[in-house]
Design a protein around this ligand. Sequence first.
Ligand SMILES: Cc1cc2nc3c(=O)[nH]c(=O)nc-3n(C[C@H](O)[C@H](O)[C@H](O)COP(=O)(O)OP(=O)(O)OC[C@H]3O[C@@H](n4cnc5c(N)ncnc54)[C@H](O)[C@@H]3O)c2cc1C
Length: 355
Amino acid sequence: MSTSANAEHVASYYAATANPSPERTALAGDIECDVCVVGAGFTGISAALHLAEQGMQVVVLEAARVGFGASGRNGGQIVNSYSRDMDVIEAKYGSETARALGDMAFEGNRIIRERIAQYAIPCDLKDGNLFAACNAKQMQGLIEHKTLWERYGHHELELLEGPALKREVNSERYVGALVDHSGGHLHPLNLVLGEAAAFDISVVRGLAYYTGIVFEAFDRAGKFRAIFGGGRYDNLLAQVGGRPASGVGLGFGDVVIAELLAERVAATPAADGADMHVGFMDEAQRLAALRFAAGLRGDGIRTDMALRPEKAKAFFARADRADAREAAYIGPDDLAGGTVRIKNMRTREERRLPL
Ligand SMILES: Cc1cc2nc3c(=O)[nH]c(=O)nc-3n(C[C@H](O)[C@H](O)[C@H](O)COP(=O)(O)OP(=O)(O)OC[C@H]3O[C@@H](n4cnc5c(N)ncnc54)[C@H](O)[C@@H]3O)c2cc1C
């Protein structure tokens, strides 16, 4: 992301309580990208984030700083409506257009909440909006508003009067209100700053920040996607607000590792020649099995530890194939009783040891 002036946000409650964000440098020279977005407000940053999530190289050009415009200084209300109500839109543009716009209002609400959750954006999100009526005529307007929006699939509206209203607003001023349970309020500047941070991280993932060698590691058979990848970066720390320092970074694909391990475990027989094989029935016994195996190893006993739960039959068959001397299998009863059954695989004799 590039800004030219880093002009300060206009003074406001939001600016005074903004989360820290990095100073960004002005664009110098040429830069190549798939899409260049102009303006780092809700529109630009959200579009950039969507595009980056699709794997595109995106550059955002901003004249001042992220959230400098309306996005950093608005009311912060998530309202499921437009400045003209749906009946006006429907009368002027037809029901099809009105329905599409109604759906878009809900979609926008959903996208905001998804972004906040996905990128853990701290922006003081609170659920619900209240539209209060000062007199009977306004109340009638809210009743009609509710009926109108229900035609567009909005079923989270609730009319309040009497004690129910008092629970929300303890004032004699209002005769009633309409609550939109799906509406909300947030800190708009922190939302756009948080989305900008998420967008920058997407660029980082897209290799744009590497300044030197870039590497990826694959399994020898070339069956899986990259197990891990990384590269050299000279500017990254300064770009995210730290001291300038070069470094090499790499990230592992946890899904790929899990897939690779699952295949290796299935294909690999238990270690031959171990004195003791330790297995367990399900995840609840894994920790006890690990501790037991660690204790054996500590006593100098060469121990093979199962990597995943197995049925007893499969475990003892595997231990047999591996020519194990002894095998210890921990099930729920062993765990409850605090001992484990040890089977001598040659003589078939059994003994118990404390867990
Ligand atoms: C007082 C007020 C209250 C509001 N309250 C609400 C509310 O409660 N709820 C709600 O949903 N909406 C509200 N809005 C509307 C909402 O703020 C806007 O719809 C939204 O912020 C628009 O976002 P944007 O990204 O399109 O524009 P902006 O946030 O204005 O972003 C445009 C960005 O582009 C940059 N820029 C402009 N020209 C250039 C250029 N040539 N080169 C590089 N950069 C450039 C600007 O510096 C700016 O940062 C309110 C608006 C105002 C003004």
